[in-house]
Design a binder for this molecule. Structure first.
Ligand SMILES: *Cc1c(COP(=O)(O)O)cnc(C)c1O
Length: 819
């Protein structure tokens, strides 16, 4: 069978689109939904999908990156780009889906569809590991399981694939039907259905019924009866069914789960015989996902012996890239979990989002794409690396080495990881961003260890996807056209500097704001080009501010005068921001000074007022709503007074995070988003709708048993009248875990138990009362995460989440995760 070839004219026909084609015969291979990730523009078509922003806004950007094929709904774009091919449709998302359905229908391949609330991606990746020996598999990249992700996944199917494994995720009613049409799974697998994300559905049953629609045309449905309680068997999908359970009668009836060291031994009854398997995991979620895989292998006809042999070799799946600090000022992106082309493209995109170093290096093992010709594969990889402007490749493996000639930039090759490790002392790595990406069997963990600064045992993990989710949450609340200034002061509320700014710049916020000039300078040095407002511009830093094109907040006539003096004769229209005091009484001009300010500004062509703003003191608190309204009115009066004199209109803004949530009428031209990005908003009950961005972890150094009456720590404050067990962990007040947490006030999570602090907090260590709990040195202690929350910590010591976050000291290593 041949791969179908799609000309743009053919696609127009499939979509039944009105089209204006300049070159009807151009061949389309790539579907682009994000103007920032384009591989081969000549063979790509851009879908102007709208979510928080109108996708048509990005046509210009895509065009500038040489895309000439577009699917749009708005006819007015067609004439703006006379050399572009345009397909006009009613709904861009529906068109993308329709095209993928057409593509899917060209192939007869066997497909497995997976849905559920938890474990979809893990089960998909494990089935890939388990079945790769027998099939040429195409699968969803990472967790591409949405209305957009599924069509893109299915678009990857090629003629020589023999099995497709795709996951589908939904968040609202009536979404699954479409995904079912796209995937058309012959085999359906339901994973843990969970209680979470019932939002978007009126009940758990409705959610379940919707999910099961994925399998309505399936021949075989693999599930656990516990997942489908409340639904009668006759309403379950699948011509044939295969059940598994550890609680009731089932085709695979699990009778025992026995942890052994880091593994887990499972026994079951299957076809009236006792069988067993070993899973190389011991945590609850992995065991459950392992059972699903076991059931699937048996349902597919593998013998219990074959299944056992394969399950035993499963390896851990991490979907996340890690960004961390490396040796010699390098940034390291660690992605040593998989090595296929689609995940390489995603990792390269992330590499490209990094601006902190001009030099980009990739350390890459050879890839294993079954059934693919090496020359073809490495040609594509070479093109991909060149497209993504990689400066240096270190290739590891004999296959990739053979194709050295294909890469037209600095390269070095090693036969295996050992050879690289031996040569490492003689290699140069400095001031560059390094992507470490290798197939598991190459053991690239060793390489990332060599390149990474020693990570202390206390780590603040920052989930960049969650932060983007929070940004989009607020985008969905603001009116079209309202700009976003992201507050990255105080080391982005403790979370990082250029790492966060890069992400926000990539996701197109309009402005950044920092507190001090040096924070802004650090961002400029890391390649951040967004406009940056400096809220406390010290006079001594004016020269540096101007040199780095930072934009000062001007809050008094004195500071305005001295800034004007600092500007040279050649400076003209230098951007500044005027702060109005509408009631906070911290910094800013009040009503009485406005005339003098206006006169001075009008006379000076050296500066241009970019924005006029003020700050709300209690936007989250209903009891102060009268005052907030007054602040908004005062601000408007003063701002308009200024605008009238200036004769041009700067941006007006007043709303912070809670202002966005509670004062839609105060969005004006821009909003200033701070704590909401980091997962908190006092205006939302339990921060509903926001995702947890930060997790702080430390480790147990030592465990001791104490006799009755013995005491713990300085001044003998920790008293154990009955004796007990304590664990010492590697975090203290110098890390930002303040002494207020001492003596039972603070708690940490160890092995699933919430345990109290005993005694006073020391500078670098803290002792926990772990009496009766199984704890050993090296175990992880969680200071805060999504269960044991920062909100709780703030409450424990009578402060606010802002202070908990910004207290975490710089010596605590930050590690960034990105999916
Ligand atoms: C910190 C700050 C913000 C952001 O406030 P959040 O409550 O974190 O959203 C907005 N404006 C100014 C002037 C600030 O200093």
């Amino acid at each position: 069978m041949q791969n179908p070839i799609y000309t743009i004219a053919k696609i127009a026909e499939i979509l039944n689109a009105d089209s204006k084609l300049v070159d009807a015969e151009v061949i389309i291979q790539y579907l682009v939904i994000d103007s920032r990730s384009i591989l081969v523009p000549e063979n790509s078509v851009f879908f102007a999908l709208s979510s928080h922003r109108d996708g048509h806004e990005f046509i210009k950007d895509a065009y500038a990156r040489d895309i000439r094929n577009f699917v749009v709904t708005k006819a007015e774009y067609v004439n703006q780009y006379p050399d572009g091919n345009f397909l006009l449709v009613d709904n861009v998302l529906a068109a993308l889906q329709q095209l993928s359905i057409y593509h899917r229908e060209q192939f007869q391949l066997q497909t497995i569809g997976i849905t559920g609330s938890n474990g979809k991606t893990i089960v998909k990746e494990w089935l890939y590991q388990l079945l790769a020996a027998d099939f040429n598999i195409v699968k969803s990249p990472k967790s591409y399981n949405s209305q957009i992700g599924v069509p893109l996944s299915v678009w990857q199917i090629e003629a020589d694939h023999t099995l497709g494994i795709f996951e589908a995720g939904i968040s609202a009613a009536n979404e699954m039907q479409r995904l079912a049409e796209i995937i058309q799974p012959g085999i359906g697998i339901l994973t843990n259905i969970g209680e979470a994300h019932a939002e978007g559905f009126s009940s758990k049953k409705e959610k379940l019924t919707e999910k099961l629609k994925l399998f309505s045309g399936s021949d075989l449905f693999i599930y656990s009866p516990e997942y489908v309680t409340g639904i009668s068997t006759k309403d379950l999908p699948g011509k044939k069914k295969f059940t598994w359970s550890s609680k009731q009668l089932a085709d695979l009836q699990i009778t025992a789960v026995e942890p052994i060291e880091g593994n887990c031994y499972l026994r079951a009854i299957y076809q009236d015989t006792e069988i067993a398997c070993m899973l190389p995991f011991k945590d609850k979620a992995s065991i459950e996902n392992g059972m699903i895989c076991w059931a699937t292998l048996l349902a597919l006809g593998y013998t219990p012996e074959q299944a056992d042999a394969r399950l035993e070799k499963l390896s851990h799946v991490s979907m996340r890239l890690e960004l961390k600090n490396g040796i010699n000022q390098c940034s390291i992106i660690d992605d040593s979990y998989s090595a296929d082309i689609s995940s390489l493209a995603i990792a390269l995109d992330f590499l490209n989002q990094q601006n902190q170093h001009p030099k980009k290096t990739v350390i890459l093992s050879e890839l294993f794409e079954t059934g693919r010709d090496d020359l073809d594969l490495y040609t594509e990889i070479a093109e991909l690396l060149a497209q993504k402007k990689v400066n240096r490749l270190i290739g590891i493996g004999t296959h990739i080495s053979r194709y050295a000639d294909l890469f037209n930039f600095e390269t070095q090759f090693f036969d295996d990881t050992n050879a690289f490790v031996e040569a490492f002392p003689g290699l140069q790595f400095s001031h560059e961003t390094i992507l470490v990406k290798g197939a598991r069997r190459f053991g690239f963990g060793r390489i990332s260890k060599l390149l990474t600064q020693k990570i202390h045992d206390t780590v603040l993990e920052i989930d960049l996807n969650a932060m983007v989710g929070n940004l989009q949450f607020y985008r969905s609340k603001i009116k079209p056209g309202v700009k976003i200034m992201a507050m990255v002061k105080a080391f982005s509320y403790g979370s990082g500097s250029f790492e966060i700014a890069n992400l926000l710049q990539f996701h197109k916020v309009d402005y950044l704001a920092v507190a001090y000039a040096d924070e802004g300078i650090a961002l400029r040095k890391a390649g951040i080009t967004l406009p940056i407002m400096v809220m406390s511009p010290e006079e001594s830093a004016f020269e540096a501010i101007i040199r780095h094109r930072l934009e000062p907040e001007i809050y008094s006539l004195e500071i305005l005068n001295s800034f004007l003096n600092a500007l040279s004769d050649y400076d003209f229209d230098y951007p500044i921001h005027i702060k109005i005091d509408s009631g906070m009484h911290r910094l800013g001009f009040d009503q009485t000074e406005v005339d003098a300010l206006a006169a001075l500004l009008k006379d000076s062509a050296r500066v241009k007022v970019q924005s006029i703003f003020s700050h709300l003191v209690a936007s989250d608190a209903a009891e102060h709503d009268g005052f907030t309204r007054q602040q908004i009115d005062t601000f408007k009066i003063i701002a308009h007074q200024l605008v009238n004199v200036l004769g041009y209109k700067p941006l007006l803004h007043i709303a912070n995070t809670s202002g966005i949530s509670r004062w839609p009428e105060a969005q004006m031209d821009m909003v200033r988003l701070g704590i909401g990005l980091y997962g908190f908003d006092a205006a939302l009950a339990n921060n509903r709708g926001l995702q947890t961005v930060m997790v702080l972890k430390t480790t147990v150094t030592q465990v001791k048993n104490l006799q009755p009456g013995e005491t713990v720590g300085y001044s003998r404050r920790g008293i154990m009248p009955n004796g007990g067990k304590i664990a010492t962990v590697k975090i203290g007040y110098a890390d930002g875990y303040t002494r207020y947490f001492g003596n039972g006030v603070g708690k940490m999570l160890i092995n699933g138990h919430l345990v109290p602090v005993i005694g006073s907090i020391c500078m670098d260590m803290t002792m926990l009362d772990v009496t009766g709990i199984d704890v050993k040195p090296g175990d992880e202690a969680i200071v805060f995460n999504q269960e044991h929350t920062i909100m709780q910590l703030a409450k424990d010591i009578n402060t606010i989440p802002y202070e908990i976050l910004t207290n975490i000291s710089q010596r605590v290593k930050r590690v960034y995760f990105y999916e």
